[in-house]
Design a protein around this ligand. Structure first.
Ligand SMILES: Nc1ncnc2c1ncn2[C@@H]1O[C@H](COP(=O)(O)OP(=O)(O)OP(=O)(O)O)[C@@H](O)[C@H]1O
Length: 788
């Protein structure tokens, strides 16, 4: 279709609102066990849902919402599919884009509605039922070619993941092409039956991200999107129509406090909630007809761009729970769904778009066919003249030989024989060329077969799958669904008009009657006003709740950040830390930190390479070099050993070598002198410590003198110094190193002493009078003051 025709069809397209359907699941075992009350009332015939807040005293204050269709806990999967989804899939098979997405709090039945229960055919959900409808249609359509491709992806933590190729390293990106959003590298599988599609769905489901929450044992933690693309065209025509169907099971829109979320789950939930709240923003912006629609806020909204306010027919299924326990979440879902009702789409038929695989295949098939026929005619035309002559003779013979063989069979056989004969008559070169030609033709035929196998021809087993009566039944069901839809619409409109026309219809017979009616009306208006006020209050409360939840998430994340910073501060070396700070960059798109690979590389390059012998072509071990130098007979043996001489980085030293405490040279000299002369030691200083030391010195000197008097020199065995240290043997034997009875007075100014352990570190003044002559040698030794 050319551009102007396309524009015309867009302009001619009718606006169509997003169809919103609400489905309420039954009370589950937990809710029943907990005696939770049911607060939701469903009125399928009017498309109305009423919800009661148990905390409010008045039971009158029920909130009422109307939708295109509503389903209660007794509804069946078949009913939901036939009445809601079947018409949409019909449209897709006519070449429209269609989208069904399930929205709701976790555990309310989104996956149940979309996929259903594998083992129970009655409980199959929308996706497998859509497969059946598609293939029933294909099998019924005669003279049509189809190409059906499916893909399956999920959006987890704002990242696209291919569920059919989970280990693929190619990142998936969203791109805008021909006014629509596509995922270029997404893997797609060609399917040829319902079973193929179901197999693909289960394969993808195995790779889906699910987790456990307090609300649901197998909670979907990602948004899963199943894409079906159906290309179709009449046999012999080149006009291709394309129908696309997106079947989406969104992640749960839960309150984090209820799910028992941990730090990682909170991060996950905040991303899920962000995508869902951006979906809410898009819905609001579309509902308010805002000039800017924030599709780009999340990957989910970008992917749903066609489905919301675009060219697709869209159905939103809002799943809710009936219990009072989930009152707030249910109300949020109902409001969300209520807003989505007003979104208008402009569905257009995808006729003759660019880049269709079906057209590509058909063109290739035609080209291959042409090539093959050309080759076959060339092959046959080689010995044509002689062949014709021989053929006539042989035919006469063969007719006489057997009557059983049919003419064509005989002819084929004949041709084969002739070919063989012709072939043997050719020279070697020609034979080779002919063989090559035949091989090429065979490979082309194989390729052709392969391509033809990919295409699905419609109307194959029309009688096997669908009898006339079944087709009739389906049509009737579609009609009933359409009527039901219209009935609900009319009922809703009737209720609306009833109020406005009441006044007109009333004729007042008396003033009293008029007053009564006006009072009733006033009461109604008052109730409405109160409901609106309540709504306002609810919205405020909800906003506060959201804010509190965000604050909670923020606090959790800050806590986690602090923990990580603590680890970095205490366990990561300072230089690595500073490198991390300078090299780490934040990617706004991916919302992730990453290390600049260039910088890492440059750092790597700075690391010195292992040392090798620069004069040699390749590194050699020390031992090999040694052997070569020493001209050892088996030196060659070690030549090939590629051992590098690694210079290991030794860790930096953090301690000092031990050195003895320093005693200043002046003090050492004085002490040495004092110990050699017999003079008194006179140390002058002002501090208490020094005077104390002086006293001790005196005491020691006196005792030593006493001891000398009583036992005489050399008989000090068994005596101890005042501080309990026994005298050394050298001193007891009359010691060569002892001070002796010092008479000389010397003044020591020891301010220059540097080492603390020596008493000289404290400036002090001490006068040691009359040092003991021999046994006094114990004093300096015991105090460690003997110069070395
Ligand atoms: N209409 C229903 N009838 C019967 N059972 C239902 C219905 N809807 C849901 N259930 C049951 O409720 C449970 C939770 O449903 P499901 O897993 O589909 O929820 P969900 O909304 O997809 O949750 P999540 O967002 O966590 O994936 C399942 O055991 C399911 O069988």
């Amino acid at each position: 279709m050319n551009r102007s025709a396309k524009l015309k069809s867009v302009a001619a397209a009718k606006n169509e609102c997003v169809q919103v359907v609400v489905r309420c699941r039954p009370l589950n075992n937990k809710e029943q066990a907990g005696n939770f009350q049911r607060v939701v009332d469903v009125f399928p015939s009017r498309g109305v849902i009423e919800i009661l807040n148990c905390n409010e005293t008045s039971r009158e204050n029920k909130k009422m919402f109307t939708y295109d269709a509503v389903y209660d806990w007794g509804s069946t999967q078949q009913q939901v599919y036939d009445e809601v989804v079947r018409p949409l899939v019909y449209s897709v098979l006519e070449g429209f884009n269609g989208c069904v997405f399930a929205y709701g709090q976790t555990g309310t039945g989104k996956t149940h509605t979309m996929e259903g229960i594998k083992s129970d055919p009655e409980q199959r959900g929308i996706i497998p039922r859509a497969f059946e409808q598609i293939w029933a249609h294909i099998n019924r359509s005669q003279n049509m070619n189809f190409l059906v491709a499916v893909s399956y992806l999920e959006i987890y933590m704002e990242e696209l993941r291919d569920l059919l190729k989970p280990n693929s390293t190619t990142p998936l990106e969203l791109r805008e092409r021909d006014g629509g959003i596509v995922v270029p590298n997404l893997h797609s599988v060609l399917c040829k039956s319902v079973e193929d599609m179901i197999h693909v769905m289960y394969m993808g489901n195995k790779n889906r991200t699910v987790g456990f929450t307090n609300m649901n044992e197998h909670s979907s933690r990602s948004h899963a999107i199943f894409l079906i693309k159906i290309e179709m065209c009449e046999v012999g025509s080149t006009l291709v129509k394309v129908g696309k169907l997106n079947l989406i099971d969104l992640a749960g829109s839960e309150r984090q406090s209820k799910t028992g979320a941990t730090a990682e789950r909170l991060k996950e939930a905040s991303k899920i909630n962000r995508a869902l709240s951006s979906l809410g923003n898009v819905i609001s912006a579309l509902a308010e007809k805002s000039p800017h629609i924030p599709y780009r806020d999340s990957k989910l909204t970008r992917l749903l761009q066609d489905s919301l306010g675009g060219n697709s027919k869209t159905i939103m299924i809002a799943n809710i729970g009936p219990s009072e326990f989930n009152y707030n979440e249910t109300l949020t879902t109902l409001r969300y769904a209520n807003r989505a009702k007003t979104i208008e789409n402009k569905p257009i038929m995808n006729e003759d778009p660019q880049d269709t695989k079906l057209r590509e295949y058909q063109e290739e098939i035609a080209r291959l066919r042409q090539l093959i026929t050309e080759r076959q005619t060339r092959e046959k035309s080689v010995p044509k003249v002689r062949k014709v002559k021989q053929k006539t003779i042989k035919r006469d013979e063969s007719l006489e030989e057997s009557d059983e063989k049919s003419d064509s069979e005989a002819e084929e056989e004949e041709d084969e024989k002739e070919n063989e004969q012709d072939f043997s008559e050719l020279d070697a070169k020609a034979q080779e060329a002919l063989l090559k030609e035949r091989e090429l033709t065979a490979s082309l035929a194989g390729k052709l077969q392969e391509l033809e196998n990919q295409l699905v021809k419609g109307g194959k087993n029309i009688l096997d799958t669908y009898t006339e009566r079944q087709i009739e039944l389906e049509k009737k069901m579609a009609e009933i669904a359409e009527r039901k839809k219209r009935e609900i619409e009319m009922q809703q409109q009737l209720e609306l008009h009833e109020e406005s026309t009441m006044e007109i219809r009333e004729t007042f017979t008396s003033l009293q009657q008029e007053v009564e009616l006006k009072t009733r009306k006033l009461k109604k208006c008052y109730t409405k006003c109160m409901a609106l006020k309540q709504e306002l209050q609810d919205t405020r409360d909800e906003h506060n709740r959201d804010r509190r939840e965000l604050e909670m998430t923020q606090n959790e994340l800050i806590k986690e950040l602090k923990r990580l910073l603590l680890i970095i501060d205490n366990f990561v070396p300072a230089e690595v830390k500073s490198r991390l700070y300078t090299q780490a960059k934040y990617d706004d798109e991916a919302e992730e930190w990453y290390l600049n690979s260039n910088m890492i590389l440059s750092n790597h390059q700075m690391v010195p390479r292992p040392v090798a012998d620069v004069n040699r072509r390749r590194p050699m071990s020390e031992y090999a070099l040694h052997m070569i130098k020493s001209n050892a007979s088996d030196a060659v043996r070690y030549k090939g050993e590629n051992i590098l001489n690694y210079e290991l980085d030794m860790p930096l030293r953090t301690t000092y070598e031990y050195s003895n405490p320093k005693v200043s040279a002046s003090l050492q000299a004085v002490l040495a002198e004092a110990m050699q002369t017999e003079d008194d030691i006179d140390i002058t200083d002002q501090s208490n410590y020094a005077s104390m030391m002086k006293q001790r010195l005196d005491r020691i000197t006196r005792r030593n003198v006493g001891a000398e008097g009583s036992s005489g020199s050399g008989s000090s065995a068994g005596t101890t110094t005042s501080n309990g240290i026994p005298p050394s043997s050298s001193s007891s034997s009359g010691g060569a190193v002892g001070i002796g009875a010092s008479r000389a007075r010397s003044s020591i100014y020891n301010r220059g002493m540097s080492a603390a352990p020596t008493f000289g570190a404290h400036s002090g003044s001490t006068t040691a009078k009359k040092a003991p002559p021999a046994s006094a040698a114990t004093f300096p030794k015991a105090r460690g003051l003997i110069p070395k």
